[in-house]
Design a protein around this ligand. Structure first.
Ligand SMILES: [Ca+2]
Ligand SMILES: [Ca+2]
Length: 191
């Protein structure tokens, strides 16, 4: 571990047993978060891999199972999904790829705080509630894509400055993207 608690040699997500991670998380959630467990338990097999992909980013020790604290962190994201589905979980994975700022294949706690902050902003982008619809997830992804100016699939330090500035003034940030971000305009046009 380095000074921020980031493991030095994390396992690649593809090496993790995603279905096992998902099943263990749902089992543990039956008591800890029954509503979420019920929603996730109803998902089909293809969604389970996507769910495992989200959970694997929080499996700091690469054990194929989240501990109680990691499960709490996972729920900070998963409870925000309006009706979790294969599509919304796949989009969540694409968003988390961008928010894995140090490219560790893990979402460490400092990165998770940023995720939660940006998720809270987009929960109200199209609907007046505390959850993300698939459309709102697509909008968030469109904004991240546009912030990735050089298109290398990651938010480099300079690109992150734009994100942090935007989060400081969220209404203007969203309005500007709605006006000038071609990815977001495409998402909004596809009704
Ligand atoms: Ca990371
Ligand atoms: Ca970039």
């Amino acid at each position: 571990m380095n000074h921020r608690g980031h493991p030095k040699n994390p396992k690649r997500r593809a090496d993790l047993p995603l279905d096992v991670l998902a099943a263990a998380f749902i089992a543990a959630s039956a008591e800890e978060a029954p509503d979420l467990a019920k929603q996730l338990g109803a998902l089909k097999a293809d969604s389970m891999r996507e769910l495992g992909g989200v959970l694997g980013r929080l499996d700091m020790r690469g054990r194929g199972e989240l501990d109680a604290h990691e499960r709490l962190l996972a729920r900070r994201v998963l409870t925000r999904l309006h009706r979790p589905s294969a599509d919304s979980l796949a989009m969540t994975n694409k968003i988390l790829d961008y928010l894995d700022l140090n490219m560790s294949a893990l979402i460490e706690e400092d990165e998770l705080e940023l995720c939660v902050q940006i998720i809270e902003l987009f929960c109200r982008a199209e609907s007046d509630n505390d959850t993300l619809t698939l459309k709102e997830l697509e909008m968030l992804y469109a904004v991240l894509r546009h912030l990735d100016k050089d298109g290398n699939g990651q938010l480099d330090p300079l690109e992150r400055v734009a994100l942090h500035q935007g989060l400081g003034n969220p209404e203007a940030f969203l309005a500007e993207h709605k006006a000038f971000n071609p990815h977001l305009r495409r998402v909004l046009a596809a009704r």
